[in-house]
Write a protein that binds this ligand. Structure first.
Ligand code: FAD
Length: 430
């Protein structure tokens, strides 16, 4: 804190220059400000700025640069990997503007917009955003990793639809970054993401037609954890996705549920597989495409049917309560059968394995250069384990080693071609 002798003087300077909130973390009223979806990391900044505008961001960046202070950006916390240690925590949630241009089929979204709100706004014009599986994720943060959307195999990565980013650089200057104004930065932001201290304050992104759209999931009970599981639905998914039209975007998840009495009886101690899909077609064509998979497996639950984008959270059915978790991923050239057998037999701490089918429009060359990891991959496999929040904060290395989600990925290793930064979560393995 070289230019500031105390947190008080830092708070005072920021308060004079920022129209949003400025709080020392222990101040009354600051409760919850730095908290987010990821509870396994705790930000410990000197001060929290709740920015209202790009001007607030510029002021905070300039104060950080002048004082040689770290500046950490915080939105929903879904993708946080490193907690702030001192300096300024810049919270963007209040910058949640969304402006839809129905004629241009674009949305201009602020740094605090989440996909669920953009989807709701676009729905009024029969349009949808190239959003992902969970509506609570930040629209801009999701896009940095490429943005693997609900209809990705039909419509491409989210970055394929980005027209412009509004960016505050490390000196506090504002830029409209497009393929024409700054092609290098435009390519880096679309895949690798921002540099430390660089803040994206808004994004203009193309919207997609809301229909036709069908979606849902086939759910299979693979048997009790602790016994060799039924791998047949996993192999059926591999065979089904080997030859699918681009209209179908799908993913397979397998959850090993512990025998916890808070869980519904049908999940306690069970290994459950969910084949989730979104299809750019009506119900009749979807039924035709799904017939081989339905015939090969006997799903306990089948929810595939007409889908409105605003109801898309029912496709992947991810938990919406904040929790502590750690996770890694691999991009794969092929879905090796030995990896599926290992997933079906997985024991140990609770783990969620998620396999996304890539290819189709996700494999097409970008119209303008980008830095997305995964255009040449056939699948992405991720493994995620819940953590005890306090243990993760006090001893992250031990917590991650005990959960060890990567054990579910080892058998896929021979087919790995890399990883996607957007699907890495929480404290990292040492
Ligand atoms: C349940 C769940 C489902 C998901 N589904 C998908 C999916 O379907 N497809 C997909 O591609 N990804 C998916 N993701 C991954 C998600 O897109 C990433 O975790 C993403 O980083 C979340 O961004 P955020 O802004 O919400 O989170 P945050 O943790 O707030 O931010 C993530 C990172 O981006 C930085 N950041 C955020 N906003 C800005 C900004 N305006 N300027 C500069 N830096 C910023 C933060 O500092 C942090 O380092 C999912 C994640 C979860 C937890």
């Amino acid at each position: 804190m070289s230019a500031h002798t105390s947190t008080r003087s830092l708070v005072d300077e920021l308060t004079a220059r920022v129209s949003g909130t400025v709080l020392a973390p222990e101040a009354p009223g600051s409760a919850g400000e730095p908290a987010g979806f990821q509870l396994g990391l705790r930000h410990r900044p000197d001060v929290v700025v709740g920015a209202l505008s790009a001007d607030d961001v510029r002021a905070a960046v300039r104060v950080a640069a002048a004082g040689d202070l770290p500046l950490t950006v915080h939105h929903t916390g879904h993708g946080t990997r490193l907690p702030a240690a001192g300096g300024i925590l810049l919270a963007t949630a209040r910058m949640d503007s969304i402006a839809i241009d129905p004629a241009a089929r674009t949305a201009r979204v602020g740094a605090g917009a989440v996909w669920g709100a953009v989807t709701t706004a676009a729905d009024r014009f029969d349009l949808m955003a190239p959003s992902g599986s969970f509506p609570g994720v930040g629209a801009i943060g999701y896009t940095f990793g490429g943005g693997l959307g609900l209809t990705g195999r039909a419509d491409g990565w989210a970055v394929d639809h980005v027209r412009a980013f509004e960016v505050v650089d490390g000196e506090g200057d504002l830029h409209e970054v497009t393929a024409d104004t700054d092609p290098g930065r435009f390519a880096r932001l679309r895949g690798t993401g921002p540099l430390p201290g660089e803040v994206v304050t808004a994004m203009t992104i193309g919207l997609l037609p809301a229909g036709p759209l069908t979606g849902g999931a086939l759910v299979h009970d693979l048997g009790p954890v602790g016994e060799p599981g039924d791998a047949a639905p996993l192999h059926a998914f591999r065979e089904w996705t080997a030859d699918l039209p681009d209209a179908v975007t799908s993913g397979l998840s397998v959850v090993t549920y512990p025998d916890w009495d808070v869980l519904p009886p049908h999940l306690r101690g069970r290994r459950v597989a969910r084949i989730a899909m979104t299809v750019r077609a009506g119900s009749a064509e979807t039924d035709r495409l799904l017939a081989p998979l339905r015939a090969a497996t006997c799903a306990g639950e089948d929810t595939v049917g007409p889908l409105r984008p605003v109801d898309s959270s029912r496709v992947y059915a991810e938990p919406d309560a904040p929790h502590a978790y750690t996770g890694e991923n691999l991009l794969l050239g092929d879905l090796v059968p030995a990896g599926l057998d290992a997933v079906a037999a997985l024991g140990g701490p609770m783990t969620v394995i998620g396999i996304r089918h890539l290819g189709g429009a996700l494999a097409r060359p970008a119209a303008v250069p980008d830095t997305v990891s995964g255009r040449d991959a056939a699948y992405l496999v991720g493994a995620l384990s819940p953590l005890d929040a306090e243990r993760a904060i006090t001893d992250p290395a031990a917590a991650v080693a005990e959960a060890d989600p990567s054990r579910a990925l080892r058998a896929f290793g021979p087919a790995a071609t890399g990883a996607n930064p957007g699907f890495g979560f929480g404290p990292r393995p040492v």
